[in-house]
Design a protein around this ligand. Structure first.
Ligand SMILES: [Zn+2]
Length: 275
């Protein structure tokens, strides 16, 4: 009798665990109600939900007189397009480097004029930081940027909305951060990027640190070997698909035509001084 009771107890426990392990499918499909995505999710991206193996490499804080041309050379050799989030001050010093990057198919985004913390500034000062950089990029490349990344990823909710309304920018954060600004050495930068990057990732790094540029040839080659394909941030956003579970669709080559971005979560400015 005791054995029988123990047996039933075990069966009951297993049944409970199986129930617990089942994913709660209704809670994972928030987009079902009406099918319309709130506008806010079209403004900020830290990664993009995509069916294909696409990723966007992004390089901040340049251009650097010496390192950015080196990076452009090794990108050209591999036919890889990336996105640069440039500092206006540096653009005005080296417009020819930004012009070359744009000419070679890379995307140029606004990363402020002098890298201040927007969350602690007046609207007027933030506007000036963005406008001067927007103008400098336009002068260098003939095109205004359509993307903005706030220094340190730091932006208030209010700023996010008026910046999007006034400048039309999509605000780009990241989901892979190798903390290369701490200069941990090329091997660490490479290993962190390789470990964290997945389809739809936006990879942050900086083209002003020698170790980052040193890490890039082997990092890019290893990512390519893993099957990743490099696109600009705007191209990646264009490949966004609704965030519903789609088993075994991860490495499908052709992106869906749908352009619904995933709900993205901004990294907390306080916890990440990157960017
Ligand atoms: Zn930065």
């Amino acid at each position: 009798m005791l054995f029988l009771r123990l047996y039933f107890l075990c069966v009951a426990l297993v049944a409970t665990r199986t129930l617990e392990a089942d994913p709660e499918i209704p809670s994972q499909t928030p987009q079902k109600s009406g099918g319309k995505i709130p506008t806010e999710q079209n403004i900020t991206f830290s990664l993009v939900h995509t069916d294909g193996p696409y990723i966007a490499m992004t390089f901040d804080d340049g251009p650097s007189a010496t390192l950015t041309p080196k990076l452009l050379d090794l990108l050209a050799a591999r036919h890889i397009k990336v996105t640069f989030f440039v500092i206006g001050e540096n653009v005005s010093e080296h417009p020819e480097i930004v012009a070359r990057a744009a000419r070679e198919g890379h995307e140029i985004g606004n990363h402020s004029w002098s890298h201040p913390n927007f969350a602690k500034m007046s609207q007027e000062s933030v506007r000036s930081q963005l406008q001067r950089t927007d103008d400098a990029v336009k002068n260098a490349t003939g095109k205004r940027p359509t993307l903005m990344r706030p220094p340190y990823g730091s932006l208030t909710e209010r700023e996010k909305h008026w910046i999007h309304d006034e400048f039309g920018y999509q605000i780009i954060l990241w989901d892979v951060d190798p903390y290369d600004w701490k200069r941990p050495g090329p091997a660490v930068v490479r290993n962190r990027i390789l470990k964290e990057t997945r389809p739809g990732s936006i990879v942050l790094s900086h083209d002003i640190h020698p170790g980052t540029i040193e890490a890039m040839p082997s990092t890019l080659d290893a990512l390519e070997t893993k099957g990743f394909k490099f696109v600009t941030v705007t191209e990646l956003i264009g490949m966004a698909t609704p965030e519903t579970p789609r088993p075994s669709a991860k490495l499908k080559a052709s992106p869906s035509a749908s352009a619904t971005p995933s709900p993205s979560v901004a990294p907390s400015p306080a916890s990440s001084p990157s960017g």
